[in-house]
Design a protein around this ligand. Structure first.
Ligand code: NAG
Ligand code: NAG
Ligand code: NAG
Length: 228
């Protein structure tokens, strides 16, 4: 696995914000324990940190505090955009499922804060979509990460998430209930601001490790890729 020293360095300041919770205020299911979310060039050391599209284009690595990890458990990772613009005149923002990855297990590796690196050979069932909040939007989006213990009974397949329609409006509470996920073991979130004027926004990079990223067209219309 690719694991650079800059990545180790980036993960140092982890675990600070546990007292306030690691997921956005008001979001459920809330997580108290901070999940280490480690991108190649940076990490989400403080929940709510503002990152660029380019820095978050490829799927992050994950690590759990030693006290939260169990070597016998398997985990499922979920990432949601909580701030997809509503459709047409509907101002209610929607949720987009950016990733659901099953099969995470503890590795023998720790990151420099002491957390245990997790790894999965599975890329789905919902492969990672890099953040792409619309340049026309009025707010940065909150990208929320959750890690659940994966029940052995969990039945999900890539065909469940084959198109955007299956990802937009994703209801994690209902999914967790239906599939017996329980409460999240850990969570985190970062922000990406799509506006060109925003620091760390669209202007800082047009291509990430994952290749070209589409810029959203805003909240109106029926784009097949809603502003994510
Ligand atoms: C960034 O990290 C991802 C996932 O860990 C990896 O697949 C990719 O090759 C990395 N890209 C660079 C430029 O190091
Ligand atoms: C507005 O959008 C929200 C979120 O998608 C939805 O729950 C609600 O039913 C919509 N309202 C109308 C009037 O369409
Ligand atoms: C957008 O899609 C909704 C339902 O998905 C439909 O009711 C509406 O007419 C569509 N609007 C446009 C402009 O195509």
């Amino acid at each position: 696995m690719h694991f650079s020293s800059s990545l180790l360095f980036a993960a140092t300041a982890v675990g600070i914000a546990q007292a306030q919770g690691a997921t956005p205020s008001g979001f459920t299911p809330a997580a108290k324990t901070q999940l280490d979310v480690i991108f190649n060039s940076t990490s989400v050391d403080t929940p709510g940190k503002l990152l660029s599209k380019a820095a978050t284009a490829a799927e992050p690595q994950l690590a759990l505090p030693k006290s939260a990890v169990s070597s016998s458990d398997t985990y499922v990772f979920v990432m949601l955009d909580l701030d997809v613009p509503g459709q047409g005149n509907n101002a209610t923002r929607r949720v987009l499922l950016h990733a659901m990855n099953t099969g995470f297990k503890a590795t023998q590796q720790t990151v420099s804060g002491g957390a245990v690196l997790l790894a999965s050979s599975e890329k789905g069932p919902a492969s990672y979509i890099g953040p792409g909040p619309p340049a026309t939007d009025t707010i940065p989006h909150r990208y929320t990460q959750l890690l659940f213990k994966q029940p052995s009974s969990l039945k999900v397949s890539a065909s469940d998430f084959a198109n955007t329609k299956a990802r937009i409006g994703f209801d994690i509470n209902s999914f967790a209930k239906t599939n017996g996920l329980g409460e999240p073991i850990a969570g985190n979130f970062f922000m990406v601001d799509g506006r060109a004027s925003a620091a760390g926004g669209a202007a800082t990079g047009t291509r990430g490790a994952g290749g070209a990223r589409q810029t959203g067209t805003g909240g109106s219309g029926n784009s097949s890729t809603p502003g994510r």
